[in-house]
Design a protein around this ligand. Structure first.
Ligand SMILES: Cc1cc2nc3c(=O)[nH]c(=O)nc-3n(C[C@H](O)[C@H](O)[C@H](O)COP(=O)(O)O)c2cc1C
Length: 250
């Protein structure tokens, strides 16, 4: 893959150069996307295999270069009870044939949204390697065993923060948070064990059971590739027979 972002000099015509003044973004460098693209003959048989390949490539790239810093950072969009969308970034902590998953506070705004309306969309975006994956589907709670295994692997201080944060609720100031963290530290002393800090009841994970998975690959002149898998059967992401594939215009 040609992996270095290309600046304006690779894009031809009057659009070349920095963004025109007047859009509030003067000085933003125009980058032409010169990735490998994605052609039908190279697409994996199932959305799982294709996503696995790209996630693994992004994780590998993050170890080799500085411009793919959090390869599993995923934007998750929900809607609140009034139908108003919201979006935030979390880290994808699970990914297998069942779909991408993340951990969070089960009383947070996002969890409240998903409890009321489990329809969800998410996107992994890797601008430096000209790739993105979009997922649409329905959220379901990750099993308690998986959540506990993951929680126990977190650094001690992060496990305490799960107890200290009533996520998405107001706090008086920074001091209040640090006090709550200190209280958690005194309640669950560090003996160096993975079970020193229990998993809070109000903490867990969500998995996206997908109906649609899109692979976007940035190409020259903004003539990008978009290959989308849409669900046609009941199988998981690895069951090729449960998906149909099509190309969308960029
Ligand atoms: C790179 C990055 C990773 C994050 N990872 C998580 C995460 O794994 N879980 C989480 O609950 N919040 C995570 N956050 C914080 C969320 O973006 C968000 O602030 C928080 O979950 C509250 O969102 P909500 O009020 O919409 O529920 C992360 C933020 C960033 C920028």
């Amino acid at each position: 893959m040609d992996s270095s972002p290309r600046a304006a000099d690779h894009e031809s015509g009057p659009q070349s150069g920095n963004q025109p003044a007047g859009n509030g973004l003067a000085g933003v460098r125009r980058v032409d996307y010169s990735g490998d693209g994605l052609v039908e003959s190279d697409v994996a048989a199932s959305p799982y295999l294709q996503a696995r390949d790209w996630v693994d490539a992004a994780v590998a790239a993050s170890k080799e270069r500085d411009d793919v810093p959090e390869p599993t950072a995923i934007s998750v969009a929900t809607v609140d009870v009034s139908g108003t969308p919201d979006v935030r970034t979390v880290l994808m902590r699970f990914f297998d044939e069942r779909g991408p998953g993340f951990v969070t506070n089960l009383g947070s705004a996002k969890s409240e949204h998903l409890q009321a309306n489990p329809r969800v969309a998410a996107a992994l975006t890797w601008p430096a390697i000209y790739r993105a994956i979009r997922f649409r589907g329905t959220a379901e709670l990750v099993g308690r065993d998986e959540v506990e295994d993951y929680f126990d692997s977190r650094p001690y201080g992060s496990r305490l923060s799960a107890w200290a944060s009533d996520q998405s609720r107001p706090a008086a100031d920074r001091h209040e948070l640090e006090l709550k963290w200190q209280e958690a530290l005194e309640r669950f002393p560090d003996h160096g064990g993975e079970h020193d800090v229990p998993v809070p009841d109000f903490w867990g994970g969500w998995r996206i059971v997908c109906d649609e998975v899109e692979f976007w690959a940035g190409r020259r002149n903004r003539l990008h590739d978009r290959i989308v898998f849409r669900r046609t059967g009941d199988g998981d992401l690895a069951d090729a027979a449960s998906w149909t594939r099509l190309r969308l215009q960029p």
